[in-house]
Design a binder for this molecule. Structure first.
Ligand code: ATP
Ligand code: MG
Length: 270
């Protein structure tokens, strides 16, 4: 099987997104059905490992998803979490900050949303907005957002040192694929609600966003919180690649059901 770990970035290396594929590994290119089968098998394994992770109640897993508009964050979340125990899996979405958020430091709302013990939390957008949209739209002065890369690395290192595994995925779509997806949001009545004027404004700033992403990916890839650049033009490959990385990490953690809390051998409940 092709290995999604190849999408992992190396710390301290510049990133040129144009050089990264937006379509699947050649291994899978003619085998969508096989990829979907592999995905379902991995999801089954994920569901089992998630039960153990929750029961073991020892560690935390934070999955960060970032993408350009229509990059497929919602679809990835829907597919990956299907069948998992909602009690141990949370999704946290980060939209524009509220006035209460803005009155604090930018990590305040993020820190409140990190996974508690035994939980898997998926960030649909994240603190990376604070070096992406904030940078491109000049929402804070440059000297402030420049400091944030190191601050984010420190924050993530603290989370990691206190028992949180962190996996970060950039869903990499091509400019053409974004156009097709936004067009279908305009054309199909049941998708109209997803299209907002800001999507068009941001699409016009595509190059600025790619540059901002390149910096975030290069400067915030660390041993404790790696970024993966996932080819995301094909939804089935995107799902498979993300699932492989998550399951791989859970296999390494190898969570175990806790032992019984008292001697239950031969116990008959009256
Ligand atoms: P989709 O990709 O399906 O459209 P979405 O995540 O874009 O979903 P929206 O409600 O369309 O959801 O957009 C959320 C908005 O919140 C985005 O425009 C994003 O730029 C904005 N946002 C997120 N984080 C910040 C931040 N830190 N500062 C300012 N705006 C932010
Ligand atoms: Mg949007």
């Amino acid at each position: 099987m092709a290995d999604a770990r190849t999408h992992k970035l190396t710390p301290c290396k510049p990133v040129e997104l144009a050089a990264f594929p937006t379509t699947s590994d050649p291994y899978w290119s003619d085998s969508r059905d096989a990829a979907e089968d592999a995905f379902r098998a991995l999801r089954k394994r994920f569901i089992e490992l998630q039960r153990r992770f929750y029961a073991a109640h020892e560690q935390k897993l934070l999955v960060v998803l970032q993408a350009m508009d229509a990059g497929g964050k919602d679809g990835a979340i829907r597919n990956i979490t299907r069948g998992a125990n909602p009690q141990g899996v949370r999704v946290e979405s980060f939209k524009a900050p509220s006035s209460a958020d803005l009155a604090r430091d930018y990590l305040w709302r993020v820190h409140k949303a990190v996974p508690p013990t035994g939980h898997i939390t998926i960030f649909n957008r994240s603190h990376y907005g604070d070096v992406l949209v904030v940078r491109v739209e000049n929402l804070v002065p440059e000297d402030q957002w420049q400091q944030r890369y190191d601050q984010i690395n420190d924050f993530e290192r603290m989370l990691s040192e206190t028992g949180t595994h962190i996996l970060k995925f950039y869903l990499h779509i091509s400019n053409d694929e974004q156009r097709r997806r936004l067009q279908s949001r305009a054309d199909e009545p049941d998708k109209n609600w997803k299209l907002v004027p800001a999507d068009l404004e941001k699409r016009a700033q595509w190059d600025d966003y790619q540059v901002a992403y390149q910096d975030a990916l290069a400067r915030c890839t660390t041993d404790w919180a790696p970024w993966y650049v996932i080819p995301a033009d094909q939804k089935w490959y995107r799902n498979l690649a993300i699932m492989q990385v998550i399951v791989d990490r859970l296999e390494t953690i190898d969570p175990q059901y806790p032992p019984s809390k008292f001697d239950v051998s031969g116990l008959i409940i009256p």
